[in-house]
Design a protein around this ligand. Structure first.
Ligand code: FRU
Length: 491
């Protein structure tokens, strides 16, 4: 009864806050962000009755910290016009009382099945850190009922880091990949790995195999694993914790990357054919999740943020946002290519600029949201300055053709991210700017950078010295998200 009353109270609070709250200076115009409170990982990315559903790690009680995770929920027909729905899951059972952690969804016979990690106890609690896997079902894509048989996997041997189930079906079997860490006896250290389970009924699960594991160079824990077939190969995508920076690589606190290989459904053995490859080169890209949609597109979203940032927007009553959804494909040399979904053109607003651009060309995005498409010679440097007021409101993008290096510099401490890249014939670059984010897609989408920055006021795009742009198209982007107004928590 008390739990029911609590839920009702939170729902009323949710409706009140959805109607209008928080300062929107940094609030994304066309990316999904929480209506209020804290957002991290994408969860349960699925397509149900012709609508995309995206759940996410949500703290409705504060924008300042992740707190005890709930599952927030939004849906959209086109991946840009999102409608916020009531909280899908609360931490209201003994097995998820310390957080309804990340997980995934599958849809079958008009039912949506959700799989998630019940964070039973945080590290340091008594008993110590413990995580189980649990399931839930929705018959209408809005209200969710947790399985009576929960937990569906409760394994002492796999404690304390055992989380983030990604579930899919192949023929008549369900598969679940989870992130886990194990103690390496020789070195007496924790190492990350991705483990696979199978089931015939979604309730009873059997351990099937270790898909892959760290040899020490790939960290102590693998979060948010995903595993899927793509263009004839299999991709193991995950977010390892504990990889040390190495040159231009692994500069963020935690990474997201992938290993491409082959997989045998008869033996459940994954044979890697590549090393671990970092998927994005920006500052804020983590905990990816993919969906195979009805058009057979493998669509990816990531949390466009990173743990332990300063999160300037949290003072405005909300924190965190998702990336632009991207379609994945695999190149001949086993590299993932990411392209914004084609629906992004529905978020385009006015056509602001078209033509050549040189040192000194300036285009202003009054509402801070725009799409910039560039074609430039491959044997000339390129420098673009994206600036506005505010200490954290400037990003410099550059291409050094002699070194074959692309750089994003957002200033401040540890502001530079770069990677080697050379265009084939021409330098193609697409830049997506939103009220507090920037995403770069080089070439065909073979190199991406995703970072947050915090422009105050209009954003100016200025072409820098030595740059000669053969063609530049600029569109403003519309406000497709729910926008909060006038509730600055700093006030
Ligand atoms: C990744 C992660 C997951 C966990 C969730 C908790 O960012 O740490 O491993 O399920 O966030 O919010």
């Amino acid at each position: 009864m008390t739990a029911l009353l609590m839920k009702f109270f939170l729902f009323v609070l949710f409706c009140y806050r959805v109607r209008g709250c928080s300062n929107d200076r940094f609030y994304p115009r066309y990316h999904l962000a929480p209506p209020f409170g804290w957002m991290n990982d994408p969860n349960g990315f699925s397509e149900y009755k012709n609508e995309f559903h995206l759940f996410y790690q949500f703290n409705p009680n504060s924008s300042h910290e992740p707190g005890i995770a709930h599952w927030g929920h939004a849906k959209s027909r086109d991946l840009f016009h999102w409608e916020h729905l009531p909280i899908a899951m609360y931490p209201d059972k003994w097995y998820d009382k310390s957080g309804v952690f990340s997980g995934s969804a599958i849809v079958e016979n008009d039912k949506m099945f959700l799989f998630y990690t019940g964070n039973v106890n945080f590290p340091g609690q008594i008993p110590d850190h413990e995580q189980i896997q649990a399931g839930a079902v929705s018959f209408d894509g809005v209200s969710v009922k947790k399985f009576k048989n929960n937990p569906i996997i409760n394994e002492t041997k796999l404690q304390p880091n055992f989380r983030d189930p990604k579930v899919w079906k192949h023929k008549s079997t369900y598969y679940m990949v989870c992130g886990n860490s194990f103690k390496d006896i020789e070195s007496n250290t924790d190492l990350g790995r991705a483990i696979l389970f199978t089931s015939k009924d979604m309730i009873n699960w059997n351990f099937a195999s270790v898909l892959d594991e760290s040899d020490g160079s790939l960290g102590y824990m693998w979060e948010c694993p995903d595993f899927f077939e793509l263009d004839g190969r299999f991709v193991l995508l995950f977010s390892p914790q504990g990889i040390k920076p190495f040159g231009n690589k692994y500069r963020n606190l935690y990474q997201t990357g992938y290993i491409v290989g082959d997989f045998d459904y008869n033996t459940n053995v994954f044979t890697p054919r590549t090393e671990f490859i970092e998927l994005d080169h920006g500052h804020d890209y983590y905990a990816t999740q993919t969906l195979l949609d009805k058009l057979k597109r493998r669509i990816l979203v990531a949390w466009l943020d990173m743990w332990e940032q300063s999160y300037p927007e949290r003072r405005d009553g909300w924190t965190g946002q998702m990336t632009i959804p991207r379609v994945l494909s695999l190149s001949k040399d086993n590299r993932l290519i990411q392209k914004p979904v084609k629906e992004i053109t529905l978020a385009r607003g006015r056509h602001l600029y078209s033509g050549r651009a040189y040192f000194g060309t300036v285009v202003t995005l009054v509402d801070k949201a725009g799409e910039i498409s560039i074609r430039a010679p491959k044997d000339k440097d390129l420098r673009l300055i994206i600036e506005s007021d505010g200490e954290l409101g400037k990003v410099i993008i550059s291409y050094d053709y002699k070194k074959g290096l692309v750089t994003l510099n957002r200033g401040g401490k540890d502001g530079i991210r770069r990677t080697k890249w050379r265009p084939q014939k021409k330098l193609y670059l697409k830049i997506y700017i939103d009220a507090s984010s920037i995403e770069l897609f080089y070439g065909d989408g073979e190199i991406t950078f995703s970072s947050r920055f915090f422009p105050e006021g209009a954003v100016k795009l200025r072409v820098g010295e030595k740059s000669e742009i053969e063609s530049m198209e600029v569109y403003t982007m519309k406000r497709t998200t729910f926008v909060n107004h006038d509730c600055d928590e700093t006030a």
